[in-house]
Design a protein around this ligand. Structure first.
Ligand SMILES: NC(=O)c1ccc[n+]([C@@H]2O[C@H](COP(=O)([O-])OP(=O)(O)OC[C@H]3O[C@@H](n4cnc5c(N)ncnc54)[C@H](O)[C@@H]3O)[C@@H](O)[C@H]2O)c1
Length: 400
């Protein structure tokens, strides 16, 4: 065949063998959310959301896989705590959580039976301010909701069990106990993420304990005589411990990321903490599912892709093809993913990781004390012979 002659077209079946044909059904009036996703979410971010749903149901949840969920964006004010997070937690589909303080603070409004309203994003905020109305985009509530929630936090943390430094998982567990008690007294059912986490033994961490109204009230009480402090070192080691405990027990570790922000990194950094800092051999989280609006091209962590996370050791390169980012607002994706997973996967036994928190920390500590060093960690990863830092030269500048 001459160089310029046309090649015969490859048989269609072979060329597209790896790809299912796009040939959707018409949507019927009784279709379930799960079937809608499988049958009509075929391309673009709809396609990514279908892949995310299948990843969750077919890879992350089976075989008792350990699932960490990170929460950013104003999810609980929009009611997603009650509608989605609590059902997922009760079904055993979430094993540990990293949240912004804001999501936990606004969860308290629901846990204390306060009223939030579906408003509009197009209201006059000067008038709202005069009327004592707070607005989160189109969610509205009275200023008293903030003042009463603040007072609840201050009253609770006066208790003797709060008068010491503690990890944020322990703090949220203790706080959740009070919200759960108050909920029972108010005859509420499944109204608070914090209370549900307490009841299900699900550890909840926050990566920026000072950056929310909960942290603000804790800080103000420290100006009185409160001894409550957040032990962020314990949080970093405890979260790494959760991942190490899962992986060293032969379980898959997955991250389910809503939004991005600091909770996303706090959840992902568990792997570099294990490998790069503690010197323990590990490959990275197995599965990565993110729903976000954050773009990758700004270099910010919120939009960083699972591929980029592979280079940091955060994600196992072998499972990268399974990882999914859906560029979808969480207020749309989370209800759909919740409905899909509840329809397709049977409830799992609660792992109750909180109940084993000391043992989990001790396990990673014992391994770290075997493998970790103060000087440069010896790694099995391929790195350049002569690496980067001037500060790593044996002769420090001050000695020259
Ligand atoms: N009253 C309070 O306590 C209060 C209120 C608001 C914020 N904060 C604090 O401010 C900090 C920032 O919190 P934040 O939650 O606003 O995070 P953020 O604005 O930093 O968002 C994090 C990431 O999630 C993405 N994101 C946000 N909403 C999304 C959605 N609906 N769908 C998809 N992606 C979405 C954003 O684009 C961003 O990339 C936190 O530390 C929080 O505790 C406190």
């Amino acid at each position: 065949m001459s160089k310029n002659a046309k090649r015969p077209a490859a048989p269609v079946a072979k060329k597209f063998a790896a790809y299912p044909r796009l040939n959707p059904f018409g949507i019927g009036k009784n279709i379930s959310a799960a079937d809608l996703i499988d049958q009509a979410f075929l391309a673009y971010n709809g396609g990514r959301l279908r892949e995310a749903a299948k990843l969750l149901a077919e890879k992350m949840l089976p075989d008792d896989g350990c699932i960490g969920m990170s929460l950013t964006g104003a999810l609980t004010p929009a009611g997603l705590g009650k509608s989605c997070l609590i059902p997922l937690m009760k079904a055993g589909f979430v094993d540990w959580i990293v949240s912004t303080g804001a999501n936990l603070y606004h969860d308290l409004h629901y846990g204390l039976n306060m009223e939030l309203y579906a408003g509009s994003p197009f209201l006059d905020d000067v008038v709202l301010h005069k009327d004592g109305v707070i607005r989160i985009y189109d969610v509205l509530f009275d200023y008293n909701v903030l003042l009463d929630t603040d007072a609840f936090v201050r009253e609770v943390i006066q208790g003797p069990e709060f008068q010491r430094p503690m990890g944020t998982d322990e703090f949220h567990f203790l706080l959740g106990k009070y919200v759960s008690e108050r909920g029972r007294a108010l005859k509420l059912k499944d109204s608070s993420v914090l209370a549900t986490a307490y009841e299900c033994g699900i550890p909840i961490f926050t990566s920026s304990p000072g950056d929310s109204s909960i942290g603000m009230n804790v800080a103000a009480m420290a100006l009185r005589d409160s001894k409550l402090l957040f032990d962020v070192n314990r949080d970093v080691n405890q979260t790494a411990g959760i991942v190490y405990d899962a992986k060293s027990s032969g379980l898959k570790s997955s991250v389910f990321i809503l939004g991005g922000g600091s909770p996303k990194n706090f959840m992902l950094q568990t792997e570099p903490q294990i490998q790069e800092v503690m010197g323990i051999q590990e490959k990275g989280h197995d599965y990565f599912l993110q729903c976000t609006d954050a773009r990758p091209d700004t270099g910010g962590l919120s939009g960083a892709t699972p591929a980029e996370a592979v280079s940091w050791g955060k994600i196992d390169p072998n499972t990268l093809p399974d990882c999914v980012v859906a560029y979808v607002d969480s207020t749309i994706s989370l209800p759909l993913l919740t409905a899909y997973s509840l329809a397709r996967v049977r409830p799992r036994k609660q792992k109750r990781l909180y109940d084993r928190r000391d043992a989990i920390l001790e396990k990673v500590r014992a391994q770290y004390l075997k493998t970790g060093t103060v000087d440069k960690i010896k790694t099995s990863r391929k790195v350049a012979k002569r690496s980067s830092g001037v500060a790593l030269n044996k002769t420090l500048d001050r000695d020259r």
